[in-house]
Design a protein around this ligand. Sequence first.
Ligand code: DGJ
Length: 701
Amino acid sequence: MAPVSFLPSERLWSISAGELHYVLKVADDGSLINVHFGGRAEFGESIQLGGHFPFEPGLHLLREEYSTFGGLRFMEPCLKAELPGGVRDCVLKYEGHRLIDENGLSITLKDIGYNLLVDLHYRAYPQYNLVVRWAEIRNAGPGPVILEEVLSGAVSLPRRSSWRMTFLAGHWAGETKIVQEELRAGKKVLESRRGVTSHQLNPAVFFDAGDAGEEEGEVWGCLLAWSGNWKCVSEYVGHDQLRVSMGVNDFDFSLYLGPGETFKTPKMVLTHSEGGFGALSRSLHRFERDVVLPRNNAKKPRPVVYNTWETLYFNVNEENLKRLADLAAEIGVEVFVVDDGWFKGRNDDRAGLGDWVPDPKKFPRGLGPVIEHVKSKGMIFGIWVEPEMVNPNSDLYRLHPDWVYHFLGRPRSEMRNQLVLNLCREDVREYVFGWLDRLLTENDIGFVKWDMNRSFSEPGWPDAPRERQREIWVRHVQAVYEILEELRRRHPNVIFEGCSGGGGRVDLGAMERFDQFWTSDNTDALDRLFIQEGFTMAYCPKTMGAWVTGVPNFLTNRFLSLEFRFHSAMMGALGISVNLLELSKNEIEEVKMHIDFYKKVRHIVQDGDLYRLKSPRTGEFAAFQYVTPEKTESLLFAFTLQQGFGKRMPNIRLRGLDPDLAYELDGSGQVFSGSYLMSYGLDLGIRGDYKSMVVYLKARK
Ligand code: DGJ
């Protein structure tokens, strides 16, 4: 049977996407309700959604698919609109539907009075247990409509008096740490008001009954593909009903929809697993690699990058870059990235942003000689940019002080000494796109790290018509997306890395335009185990940039062995930012050996399935395993944390292998069956604090 089907007698749609089943129905009063979001179930019989308490709307309204501010509705609305004539009541009824193909459906709702139409779009991805939904709001009437809240959607979880919510929270240098909380009443709001996705909270949330584990139990997931202000409201609305709404944040927001205009919301991704958090992540990872990531690079391996940041900071010049590049090539680096500091006047973070020409003192002959040198060593040249920003101390700002977000006559708050360029303005967009396009056209650049190092403040756009001024939260993100898309179209061979002071802009919307992310400015290999564990809850390791950096770590002052640092970083897209000039011969040899090994096995990490065998949060040790889709190769990474009392690490039982295959360990001739490895496990015997090991398993023919 096709994933999407329609039962006319019941006016019921069933979207069956692997382990996720999503069912919608038109109620007797014409409202569209969500009957089911969860595991596979049979529907077709008349559905009972009765239930009524004084002071409560009927249960069916509590499960409305796209709720509004209108009529007897008191929950978080998906849509709050002011219709012509100052009408702030909006009530949507079923108007029609279209089965687009066997995986796609759209259902149209219409306001009972004004010609405001809402198309709800659904696309099923059965192989990933996942449904993507979004809404399109159309003003088909004669007057203006003001949208004060317009979310991507809301889902109704099965009725339960409590749910456990799992989400990713943190701060700069401590992103995506896993947090779990019980929900019983009221609203839990996760959001960003910073103009960007944020380090603090990430738009990926998971729900379970409190009993799901890494590899067992039912888990529901909701993610938003949006890189600006967002909001996720998990709300008990009555009758033990939890609703989860997600979309563009309505804070300081409004959108003017003139006659004939439409607004398309970001996508919301819904998923469900019966195999715990691990299985849910693996489905998401596969979906991201197969569907979300930019197609031109999706199947290619992520290269080993050398990045100059933690070695040279702003102090880059032709001479020191060439010396570093020689060593980088020797150890097996594939892309040599010049980070911050290369452009005019950029000696620290107080000046230069906006003046995107090579600094004449550091590069008297331009970037050409460095690029040629890097290429002559067989590497790709990469460069750092921060296109959305300007330092007040720059030629650009002196010429165009009105090009930043600001309110007339009010102070402009600086963060990292910089202001945000108003990309809602066409002239600013053209300037930004223009210099980026020229940079990539005139130079042989194969990798761009696009950074973004502050939150928005004073979000004014004084030249815009009053009714459009609060659209900046959406227009800025759309502009970033458009610039990236056009750059990618014109320069298809370039790899784009997304960064916002580390992981401040990691989300599925960014992942559609960036090939990988800079996960965190925290490069301490131990802290990274926690950050990376959380990152992989939602996002695939292929996109998880991870560098090996020097000791003591600049942030934590911790000394960890080169081996530990490599093992931690090899679990994603490996990069190096160690001062190679300071390494001993032996260390250079060790670095070479690790990089060489990574290149041989990176397909397992980057395109395989991840099993988070043991969380570092347990405080004892951590273990992560990657398995190729064919189950013929696997990598096990194990790390000790603090090992007190001479306690031995228990055997590590592997997962995801073929029980009937025989696997050879590290090419040693030692062979174990898949079933042995999964039931008895490996006794690694690692002893001591902060020790690590990687084990490579290959099935024998
Ligand atoms: C923040 C990034 O996360 C760092 O990796 C580095 O690129 C600096 N910005 C440069 O200013």
